[in-house]
Design a protein around this ligand. Structure first.
Ligand code: DON
Length: 304
């Protein structure tokens, strides 16, 4: 399939309508991004690469990194992990507080902020030097030693992270956070600050299309069963209160971030990363979702 030609054709049709939405500004540093950026990179399980636009430019992957933290926590804890976090779609925005009180401090899933904070707490418990050890894991998974945190973004988020502070304090009161709150928040803000290009992001997530096998060294990152389960969580929870809409329109497991990135996976075929910073009302990339809807329709490659 000539994906590159399809990217270009879809881009032309998207250019017929005005790009809607707003760049995230609740983290000051994210507000400085050029809203017209648009990049795509698709990597097939046979290591073929197709790209378009600003695919080689680094951007803040934000919540997409929650998936990689979840993968490591699942490796370390096995099924015990699900005693502290659920696997149900939340139907609420990513930083919502109200369900957590009702659910006695157990987040509905690991991809909303409360869930990712519990996952961060688990990693802080397991890892000797959490930020350094997590980055080593990520460099191995991605086959790329160039990936890193962005101190500027992490510091900027710390200044306005009041909802995350509220979520973690509430969970601590229910006994679902074991470590020092500031240490866990620091890990979480750094996690969200990781920067990648579309090419790096697509390559990093290729193991999720390869049933958990690292395509760069054949190492088993996740068992087939665990990789199926993580993809199921992506399908049901990857876009918060827009997860149903994303399944309905795109039909792939995926994850968004407020930096405007989206990664989506077609098992046994490809991993695709898209970046467009303007977000819709649900906090997901507006053009990114429209592009993926047209792409899976045109290529008939949804999982359904
Ligand atoms: O916790 C936050 O507010 C951000 N660092 C991550 C949010 C995010 O990317 C939500 N996803 N669409």
């Amino acid at each position: 399939m000539n994906y590159k030609e399809i990217f270009s054709k879809i881009n032309e049709s998207l250019n017929q309508t005005k790009d809607s939405g707003k760049v995230a500004s609740y983290i000051k540093e994210l507000g400085n991004v050029d809203p017209t950026k648009f990049g795509i990179h698709l990597t097939t399980v046979n290591h073929l690469h197709y790209h378009f636009g600003d695919s080689e430019e680094k951007f803040s992957i934000q919540s997409i990194a929650k998936v990689l933290a979840l993968v490591l926590a699942y490796k370390l804890e096995d099924e015990k992990l699900w005693e502290r976090v659920g696997v149900e779609p939340s139907g609420t925005s990513f930083n919502s507080l109200f369900q957590l009180e009702f659910d006695k401090g157990i987040p509905r899933n690991p991809l909303i902020n409360s869930g990712a904070l519990v996952i961060s707490d688990i990693l802080v418990s397991h890892l000797n030097n959490p930020k350094k050890d997590f980055m080593e894991f990520l460099k191995n998974v991605s086959g790329n030693s160039e990936i890193d945190y962005c101190q500027r973004i992490a510091e900027s988020e710390k200044l306005t992270g009041h909802r995350n502070a509220a979520l973690i304090n509430l969970m601590k009161s229910f006994g679902n956070i074991k470590n020092d709150i500031d240490e866990v928040l620091d890990f979480y803000f750094n996690l969200c600050s990781i920067e990648m290009t579309c090419r790096e992001l697509s390559k990093t997530f290729l193991f999720m299309a390869a049933y958990g096998v690292n395509p760069y060294n054949d190492e088993i990152i996740l068992s087939v069963s665990k990789s199926k389960r993580i993809n199921a969580i992506l399908q049901l929870c990857g876009f918060y209160d827009e997860a149903g809409e994303f399944a309905f329109k795109v039909g792939l497991p995926g994850k968004s971030g407020v930096g405007g990135g989206i990664v989506a996976i077609l098992p046994n075929k490809y991993s695709i990363a898209v970046w467009s910073p303007r977000l819709n009302k649900k906090g997901n990339s507006s053009k990114g979702i429209k592009f993926l809807e047209l792409f899976t329709t045109e290529t008939e490659t949804s999982i359904f």
